[in-house]
Structure formats: C-alpha cells, structure tokens
Design a protein around this ligand. Sequence first.
Ligand code: FMN
Length: 201
Amino acid sequence: MQDKPLIANVAGFSTQEFVTLVQLAQDAKADIVELNLSCPNVWQKDKQEEITCYHPTLVKSVLSAIAQIKPHIKMSVKISPLPPDTLRAVAKEIIESGIVQFVTATNSYPNAAMTSGVEANNKGALLAGLSGRALKPISLGVVQQLKTLLPSRIHIIAAGGISTATDVKDYLQAGAKVVQIASALMEGDVGVFEDILASQC
Ligand SMILES: Cc1cc2nc3c(=O)[nH]c(=O)nc-3n(C[C@H](O)[C@H](O)[C@H](O)COP(=O)(O)O)c2cc1C
C-alpha cells in the first residue's frame, strides 16, 4: 500500500458525527476522507433517513461544521446521481466551503424497486440503491456537468457502472481524474482491475 493513497469513506447520522468521523480519519492518518453524503440505505423503522446531498442546506451545514475544526486531511464529498438544479446548488456549497479537494460522483441511485432476486416485503417490491451498468449514463452525465461546475482545484473521482477499459476512458474523457469500481468487483473478483489495465480500448 506504500504508493497508494488510503481513502476513508465515512457516513454520519448528524453533522456532529461527520465532524467526529473526519477527526478520526485524520488521526488515523488516512490520506483522504470521503464524506458519504449520499447513502440511500438508512431507514429508521418505516422512515427513510434524509439523503444529505439532496438538500444543499444540509450539505452546507455539514461542510461548515467540518471547516470549523480546520481539517488538514484532504476531503472528498460523495454525491448521489443528482438532478441538474440540485447538482448546481450542491456544487456551489462544495466550492464555497473551501475545504474540499475532490467530489466523488456517484453513489447508487436511491430507491430503485427490486422485483426479482429478493423477496418483496408486504408493501411491495424492496427499495434499494441502483448501481452497476444501468447507472453509467446517469453518473457519466453528472461527471460531465461537474466538470463545468467545479474549479480546476477540485478533482472528480468517478463511479457508476465501470467494468471495462472503455468505461474508464469514457469517465476520464468526461473530466474524471480517478475512477472507482464497486459492482463489477462484487460480481467478479479482484481480477477486474488487471483485466481493465490489460485491455485495449
Ligand atoms: C453493495 C454495495 C455497497 C455499497 N456501500 C457503500 C458504502 O458503504 N459507502 C459508499 O459511499 N458507497 C457505497 N456503495 C456505492 C459504491 O461505492 C458506488 O458509488 C456505486 O455502487 C456506483 O458504482 P458501481 O456501479 O461500480 O457499483 C455501495 C455499493 C454497493 C453495490
């Protein structure tokens, strides 16, 4: 791991928890802390917790609370596939916070209905985050928009349906600096990284 940056991905249930988690990542000497402001899977009984990044005011309050501790760790904000107006407003808060060096786009698309492969609950199909191949055009569009919204000092880390070298190339062309892979790794194995690096596109 010597030449690889260590990224700590954290999700808090409150602004104060995010502050504590940043402090812990910093103390643990992670290279980057990635704030998961986009987790679609937190439910309290029947009520879904708010997904922070869909609310620019919540993004602002989390980032300004973190700014107050004057963090020296590099920071990424991980966002959901956001619609254009919300994306613009969230990008503005990220820029104005002055503490963010990366935006990770995107997390899964929240509340897709699963009609096969799982047992439906008594209210119908289960709701879950949509990831993988179907997500790629949406995440790629978000990356493309971010490239025009963010200043060059804030880099884009892309995720969403990457499983081939062509996918990587598409995201790099859209403006990403780095890419992440989740679903393809879960569906296959760590060989996915070698396959991508070895393949031509
Ligand atoms: C099973 C599963 C668990 C995930 N858990 C997290 C998580 O804990 N934190 C996070 O920020 N993103 C999480 N994600 C989102 C992925 O990191 C990624 O942003 C998203 O799935 C899109 O990439 P992909 O299409 O390569 O899966 C998870 C995704 C999957 C499929």
